[in-house]
Design a protein around this ligand. Structure first.
Ligand code: ADP
Ligand code: MG
Length: 241
């Protein structure tokens, strides 16, 4: 498998008065098609790392490579282009537009990307069927449950056929049943489309369904667990915690 993302000595420092080192020399390689979860205490730098990978924010030091291209100092225009072409985002809160129905919400990023209206509509409907919302196409967010809205958000994130899907606690706001359904759905789509899927979660049961778990504490990757068949191979340092 080829490396889709390579991160070298990545640093992120916030603040100009009191400085917060949110990421402290992070090295990380992610393979194409991998399903990776990131766990760790609140404030440890998980969202910061995702925001760097997702080109939503710029690092203070180090390098990020995406598909062999050094994107560390890409221009805002290039970053926006890569975000649209390569990345799909799912956050804890769905951020759907309240005045639009499910189909329109999923169509929105496609229209922005220049896909014509009929094709965008067809793709949106197909994706909403895929996520089990065929009978909810015309409903607005306030007419859907939390789990259903999150499934619309999944469809929207996948509409542009991203090569990398980034989820920052995508099921953090849902009950166990809805959250299992969202995870299984993302996993199925990952297998069908060979998408790389990077997930931040508090839920260890969910993390243990992924291929690899990274644990971040104080801006550093402190340990890594890798799946080997049905088992996770744990580094000594993880067991010691
Ligand atoms: P996590 O997602 O693991 O909870 P974050 O990546 O959000 O952690 O935050 C890591 C650290 O960086 C925390 O100390 C947080 O307060 C700080 N931080 C995050 N975003 C900002 C910001 N925009 N400005 C200043 N400090 C920030
Ligand atoms: Mg966070």
């Amino acid at each position: 498998m080829t490396n889709i993302i390579e991160i070298k000595k990545l640093r992120k420092i916030y603040g100009d008065g009191v400085e917060v080192v949110a990421l402290d020399d992070v090295d990380l390689t992610i393979k194409e098609g991998e399903v990776l979860s990131i766990v760790g205490p609140s404030g440890s730098g998980k969202s910061t790392l995702l925001n760097m990978i997702g080109l939503l924010d710029t690092p203070s030091g180090g390098e990020i490579w995406l598909k062999g291209q050094n994107i560390t100092r890409a221009t805002p225009k290039e970053r926006a282009r890569l975000r649209n072409k390569e990345l799909g985002f799912i956050f804890q809160f769905h951020h759907l537009l309240p005045e639009f129905n499910a189909v329109e919400n999923v169509m929105m990023p496609l229209l922005i990307a220049g896909v014509d209206r009929d094709e965008a509509r067809d793709r949106a409907i197909a994706l909403l069927q895929e996520v089990g919302l065929a009978d909810r196409l015309m409903n607005r967010p306030n007419q859907l449950s939390g789990g259903q809205n999150q499934r619309v958000a999944v469809a929207r994130a996948l509409a542009g056929h991203p090569s990398i899907v980034i989820g920052d606690e995508p099921t953090g706001n849902l009950d166990t049943k809805s959250s299992d359904m969202i995870y299984e759905l993302l996993r199925k789509l990952n297998r069908q489309m060979n998408q790389t899927f990077i997930l931040v979660t508090h839920d260890m049961t969910m993390a243990e369904k992924t291929d690899r778990i990274l644990r971040i504490v104080d801006g550093r990757i402190v340990c890594e667990m890798r799946r080997d068949g049905d088992e996770f191979v744990t580094q000594e340092i993880c067991r010691a915690e």
